[in-house]
Design a protein around this ligand. Sequence first.
Ligand SMILES: [Zn+2]
Length: 367
Amino acid sequence: MTFTLLHKDKHSKARLGKLKLFHGEIDTPVFMPVGTQASVKSITPDELYDIGFKIILSNTYHLYLRPGVEIIANQGGLHKFMNWKNNILTDSGGFQIFSLSELRKFKDDGVEFSSHIDGSKHFLTPEKVVKLQEQYGSDIAMVLDECIQYPCSEKEAEKAKNLTFDWAKRCKAVHTLKTQLQFGIIQGSVYKNLRKASTDEITSLNFDGYAVGGLSVGEPFDLRNEVLDYSVEWLPDNQPRYLMGVGTPQDILYGVMFGIDMFDCVLPTRNARNGQVFTYNGAINIKSAIYKNDSSPIDEKCNCYTCRNFSRAYLRHLYKAGELLALRLNSIHNLYFLNKLILDIRQAIATDTFLKFKDDFLKNYKF
Ligand SMILES: [Zn+2]
């Protein structure tokens, strides 16, 4: 299981790579749809594969609370349980504890929190998070980190960075599953000195790949890009770099420009369920009355199942009538659109025209 850097764009830090994982090779840059509860909402594994996805993300926190690790392990692991034959990355649960749980307390030895489902109390340690992901049998596991909110003081950010390093060491020490890669996570909020220190600390542990964590938590877009630019610069060239929880077309294009290889986000599927669908001219809301009698597809240039077969008028009707098919068709389109964007990005990097591609795309894409 290795990462091969295949090509670097001549005019930016964008790069093409190949990541060999236990359930097959993936090309990078890559976008991973999110299957929070061992399901990418409303889409079957076959449909995901047919769209072009070979890796998805699933959430350790959600699966730990429901159905519980014993059931997944008894059913032969996460791949078998959900009948997904390709790769799975599992996160550590740190971000969900940070964002979903009302009562949480970060202590030196772990994090105490109450379930967002029934309020029951739980305590997760770095070691337990590693074991959970080994029992799920995911192909890439993330270490437990403390994702700190924005804004925060430098002192708070430093404390979270130190705890993240301590937990990373403990995660590394107990990881034994040979078929699973383990990625470290860089923290440090928006403080350059802390980001540098965190990068030095985490990379000294020799993980299989690295995530730039603690971004997309409310900071302005320009500040995020500034942090991302220098953070990626300090990471080893020959290992995969992952930007967690980021997934608008604009975010992906900027991430790729700074040298990010992997992305995940709930956005394409969550927005689809709210009627918001991507087009090459920006996202539109299919609920809008202007599409009431519109016989064109969501996007003329899109070749997805939804666009090949259905009009905006029909999709709007389904949505307004509360039909389940609306959620499925919108999700299929948004996932296809993002995967096509990734394919086009790869093609542009291969021909050293990425920056032109990015500028042309964003010129038409209205926010
Ligand atoms: Zn489409």
